[in-house]
Design a protein. Structure first.
Length: 81
């Protein structure tokens, strides 16, 4: 019985962790973005593309390191809820 409860607790923690990570993916506010590409230079997974002077993040490649959030001089990238 104790073992089953422990497994259940671990499963709940794993699910909550996955939800928390997915919950805070960065999002670009395109009205603030100037297309400077500073975020592109610091992204370790090449998850950011700039087209027509607006940055866009590819969610499937982003590892949520938040380097882009810290780097953007316009504060245009937010850790979205
Ligand atoms: S660093 Fe900021 S302003 Fe520059 S391209 Fe990226 S999101 Fe846009
Ligand atoms: S959070 Fe990290 S991996 Fe995701 S787009 Fe920004 S710099 Fe790239």
């Amino acid at each position: 019985m104790k073992k089953a409860a422990l497994i259940l607790v671990i499963l709940v923690l794993v699910v909550l962790s996955v939800i928390a990570v997915r919950h805070y993916k960065p999002v670009v506010d395109k009205s603030e973005c100037t297309g400077c590409e500073d975020c592109v230079k610091v992204c370790p997974t090449n998850a950011i593309q700039v087209q027509e002077e607006k940055a866009e993040i590819v969610d499937s490649t982003c590892i949520d390191c938040r380097q882009c959030v810290r780097t953007c001089p316009q504060n245009a990238i937010k850790a979205a809820k």
